[in-house]
Design a protein around this ligand. Structure first.
Ligand code: PLP
Length: 367
């Protein structure tokens, strides 16, 4: 199996599994319990919070563990409970889109912030946004399909002096580029464990003290009352370990995937039918979105699957959809071209041999 779908999810790192195992076997205490097993679990959760905090350069006390990126984004958007006007980027993940649309159905105003042909929100668009006076703005740090990186630090610097709450979905950026909550200057930041070789079912929302979120789930008051429910200790421990490793190995992983991506793009471009999408902008080192002229991306995906290569034809989180990617349509791409899109998302586990094998098949399909 050649796994080139690391933006959909990543394999669990063995070292993460090792860290989790005791909490699945013998250390099964509830962190809220006063006895020894409870205290061990509580201490493990707090160590994980510190590991995650170190990766995103944020105070541990400002980290709320959630069930994943989807919940973190929903929790962030729940701030709209006491607000009137929401604005989100046109290429946001469906979990931001749907959360915002739900508020719209309840009478709040929703503006969609347009992107240019490479998926970037232009500076003058942000200037215009200020005049429309949204209460909360949600713009992702890096896009899951194109890998495009938004200038969130600059955007936040423009919006926050106007009292606008800024949220950023950093789920795809985490582990692939440095992510500093302090430097970005946002109020709310979402992250997820399974994109950084951690377990599924864990994520976090990082919040600024000036903008504490409104709980989606209420109950026993865990996570400072922002997210009730007995903590999923083993996966939180796994997220912590994955964060520690991502921080330590960030540069090494980055350089390796960047070299693989260069090889992939160079080899792909030897075929005149290949177009690279979104390549003339700041983007994640591991993501290549491309199309084979007049060939349906979904068809190529299935052909590759038959020979044991896993890629995506768009966002795997919305893989039921056979419509062209809304992200590419928002970038102004015609549906016929968007329909050809195929996403390769690499990891440091991939090799040059895998790239060459993949390219050979692509060239044979797109002769
Ligand atoms: N945001 C982005 C940009 C994503 O790519 C994803 C998942 O693919 C999510 C949010 C949702 O994260 P999770 O799968 O942890 O719910």
């Amino acid at each position: 199996m050649i796994y080139f779908d690391n933006n959909a999810t990543t394999p669990l790192d063995e070292r993460v599994l090792d860290a989790m195992m005791p909490f699945l076997k013998t250390m099964y205490g509830n962190p809220s319990s006063v006895h020894r097993l409870g205290r061990i679990a509580k201490s493990a959760v707090e160590s994980a919070r510190e590991q995650v905090a170190a990766l995103v350069d944020a105070p541990p006390a400002q980290i709320i563990f959630t069930s994943g990126g989807t919940e973190a984004n929903n929790l962030a958007l729940n701030s709209a409970l006491v607000m009137g006007k929401i604005a989100i980027g046109a290429t946001e993940h469906p979990c931001v889109f749907e959360a915002a649309k739900r508020w719209q159905k309840q009478g709040k105003t929703l503006d969609i912030i347009p992107v240019n042909s490479v998926g970037i929100i232009a500076e003058d668009t942000i200037e215009k946004l200020i005049y429309s006076r949204p209460d909360i703005v949600s713009i992702m740090l890096a896009n899951n399909e194109t890998g495009t990186i938004q200038a969130i630090q600059d955007i936040a610097a423009k919006l926050t002096p106007h009292g606008i709450c800024v949220h950023s979905d950093a789920v795809q950026a985490l582990g692939k580029m440095p992510v500093s909550f302090r430097q970005l200057g946002v109020h709310l930041l979402s992250i997820s464990s399974h994109k950084i070789y951690g377990p599924k079912g864990c994520g976090a929302l990082i919040f600024d003290k000036s903008t504490p979120p409104h709980a989606l789930i209420v109950g026993g008051g865990q996570e400072q009352d922002f997210r009730s429910g007995t903590e999923n200790v083993a996966v939180i421990v796994g997220f912590g370990k994955a964060a520690e490793l991502a921080k330590r190995e960030l540069n090494e992983r980055h350089d390796k995937v960047l070299a693989l991506r260069s090889l992939l793009e160079t080899e792909l471009l030897k075929n005149a039918r290949v177009t690279l999408f979104s390549c003339h902008t700041q983007r994640l080192p591991n993501t290549v979105l491309f199309g084979l002229d007049s060939i349906d991306g979904e068809w190529v995906l299935l052909k590759l699957d038959q020979v044991g290569i896993a890629v995506s034809s768009g966002s795997a989180c919305a893989s039921e959809a056979t419509e062209p990617s809304p992200v590419l349509l928002a970038m102004g791409m015609v549906p016929e071209k968007a329909q050809t899109a195929l996403r390769v998302s690499l990891s440091h586990h991939n090799t040059a041999d895998e790239i060459l094998k993949f390219v050979e098949i692509i060239h044979s399909l797109g002769k």
